[in-house]
Design a protein around this ligand. Sequence first.
Ligand code: HMG
Length: 396
Amino acid sequence: MTTASIRVGIDDLAFATAHNVLDLKELADHDGIDVGKFYVGIGQTQMSVAAEDEDIVTMGAAAARQILQRHGTTGIRTVLFATESGVDQSKSAGVYAHGLLGMSAHCRVVELKQACYSATAGLQFALGIVARDPSERVLVIASDIARYALDSSGEPTQGAAAVAFLVTADPSLIEIESPTGLFTDDIHDFWRPNYRSAAVVDGKYSLAAYLQSLEGAWGEYRSRGGVSFGEIDRFCYHQPFTKMAKKAHDRLVAITESPLDAAGRAAQIEDSLTYNKQVGNSYTASIYLGLLSLLENAPDDLAGERIGFFSYGSGSVSEFFTGVVQPGYRSLLRTEHDRQVLDARRPIDYAQYRALHEHVEAVRGGDFETAAQTAGPFRFLGVRDDMRRYEAREAQ
Ligand code: HMG
């Protein structure tokens, strides 16, 4: 069951996150509540918090740089940048990243938007491009800073991260199968009007909408000839918070009337939750960060195992699809590096977090310079004459 007769899929996957980290205990103490609500109730321990001089472009470029350092740029004629925290209404964040990465001018670069779903749109569009011409490789970047209002119930589900993946023929990591199942519904569970820097959300409704979409996408997946639940070994869900993946998996088990017990259900998803628990919601990147977490934290060799993916973006658009882990994939992982990136984040306290949150709103709409706070390969310098300015710390 491959796309056309050519094997297509993800050849490499890398991630980056923000410079700072807030332990959710800081937030619970500020709110005067038991931290168990965050650590256990929603399944989140920490969240990455962007410094003044980083944004979706610097994180996206930092993730993509790892892919280009290993594979070069030959054959990459398309860059798809998925985000719902875009920095410009006209210019793609991908064009900034393309410039920072020193890529060839002979490239189409666009930004894709549909809440947390659009990286999966990017994957599917990329598969089509590669199936038409297997000599092409497509770079997909998904990068987001999840931002809710201070003192709102969404606040503990913020976070920040980027992933980049290379879509090719004869992929080394995951071969993506067909068919897929789709479900779109014009609703207001979570959205962000152009004049707002933080999302508007109907929290409880968004959970119900997510689960209803799962049911809709799974139903279409099966009606189009998709494999049964029992033929899928592991699952990767969009993770606004990790408890959501557990709720979704329980729902899928119920829909499919699988006899799997609680331990069996947990084993199918738990390795995909490890990184997201520490990073928070990374919107478009979240499901692929979950995939990276699964590949890097599963103690067993997963080669040959089939993964089921459920990608959800509020508003809403969702998709269920599967992929098969390729032999030898472990040699491509950057496990030590990725763990080190998480451990190297700078811990901040509640007051520092609040100041960074307020800074975003304070500088909106005018020129400003950022303080140099980060040490990553790319910096956001600020805005001058309405133009965003970036710097690469070393030649790419
Ligand atoms: P809330 O009202 O603050 O929390 O909102 P709650 O009262 O529902 O409690 C949460 C859980 O903690 C519950 O567990 C409590 O029982 C438990 P559950 O019943 O759900 O299993 N709890 C405790 N557990 C242990 N010890 C304790 C304790 N106290 C309570 N002491 C909500 C939670 C998620 C709604 C809120 O944070 C929110 O609005 N988040 C943002 C929206 C969101 O993430 N929605 C998810 C689905 S939509 C989606 O995924 C798309 C999205 O990523 C955006 C996009 O697509 O662009 C968001």
